[in-house]
Design a protein around this ligand. Structure first.
Ligand code: NAD
Length: 296
């Protein structure tokens, strides 16, 4: 069997197109332009690339982008004051504080100071609780993008066996909650899981979010299963610097029914879902009906 390759780049483009359509309608029918504020503290090179990309795509779909770049030695009080200002700004519908923050800043404190309804990363403790209890929330972008691709491929996920490898707060745990919300039977595997191969072999859906290059070989995959590879790992291969996932794509694609590649799978969906969350937040803030197909 050769797996269907799930094209995350094309899927993300279709999500951005939907977002752009909603933005046009919000402008024309309601006179509202959704706005996303991104806060970057310090000069972490990877974070700078992400923030630039987020700003560019925000503008491309017709939304306002507000970038706030603060020095690495910014005090917690100054950062909290900026978040407070953005919480109170009616032009700002989504707020994202780029992580990681410099060591002297308390990430939990900062994230939990964002107004939950503007928390487009979905990391605020209120949104975590709402998602965990099956209520309307802001959903973390990478798991939301993964869920969209799974729903698109399967239609209904009800009754399927899903394993999520990794239990981080930003990917593994919310992914498991979303799959549970769609009535999968969910197993969360992690670094202490005994016989991971056996756990993975039972799954109709495998979501790998570990950060270990190609750790899941094809012979762990149940024939026909759907594999969502969240991992992004930079390795040397044949003298070249390449990106690979947590799944060994070469062997897994011969067994799986469908698989996301790395790069070009889950990665592009993350920013697309950030834009989707911002439009959703804008609609909710203005008492308007939410865009269909862009939320969990
Ligand atoms: P993390 O380091 O916070 O969590 C990794 C998890 O993997 C932990 O819960 C740990 O228990 C588990 N783990 C570690 N070793 C294991 C093992 N041997 N067997 C089973 N489980 C093991 O990482 P994260 O932030 O969740 O990110 C995971 C991966 O996803 C990374 O490669 C990251 O770069 C990538 N990522 C991609 C996107 C995207 O946009 N595509 C977004 C976020 C993260």
């Amino acid at each position: 069997m050769t797996a269907q390759i799930i094209d995350g780049k094309a899927f993300a483009a279709s999500v951005r197109e939907k977002v752009a359509g909603h933005v046009t309608r919000l402008k024309e029918e309601n006179g509202i332009t959704p706005g996303l504020a991104v806060v970057l503290v310090g000069e972490d090179p990877a974070s700078q690339v992400y923030v630039r990309s987020k700003g560019k795509q925000t503008v491309e779909v017709g939304m306002n982008s507000f970038e706030h770049k603060l020095d690495a030695d910014t005090s917690e009080a100054d950062l909290l004051a900026l978040v407070e200002q953005l919480n109170n700004d009616p032009e700002v519908h989504g707020i994202l504080v780029q992580l990681p923050l410099p060591k002297h800043l308390n990430e939990d404190l900062v994230i939990n100071s964002i107004a939950p309804e503007k928390d487009v990363d979905g990391f605020h403790i209120s949104n975590v609780g709402l998602l965990g209890t099956g209520q309307k929330s802001m959903v973390p972008c990478t798991p939301l993008g993964s869920l969209m691709m799974l729903r698109d491929h399967h239609g209904s996920l009800s009754g399927l066996d899903a394993v999520v490898i990794g239990r981080s707060n930003i990917v593994g745990k919310p992914m498991a909650q979303l799959l549970l919300g769609d009535s999968c039977t969910v197993t969360i595997a992690h670094s202490r899981t005994k016989d991971l191969a056996d756990v993975v072999r039972r799954a109709d859906i495998v979501v790998a979010a570990v950060g270990r290059p190609e750790m899941v070989p094809g012979d762990w995959i149940k024939p026909g299963a759907t594999v969502i590879d969240v991992g992004i790992n930079r390795i040397e291969r044949d003298g070249k610097n390449v990106l690979v996932g947590d799944v060994d794509f070469a062997s897994a694609k011969d067994v799986a029914g469908a698989i996301t590649p790395v790069p070009g799978g889950v990665g592009p969906m993350t920013i697309a879902c950030l834009l989707a969350n911002t439009v959703t937040a804008c609609c909710r803030a203005n008492g308007l009906s939410e865009p269909e197909g862009l939320t969990a």
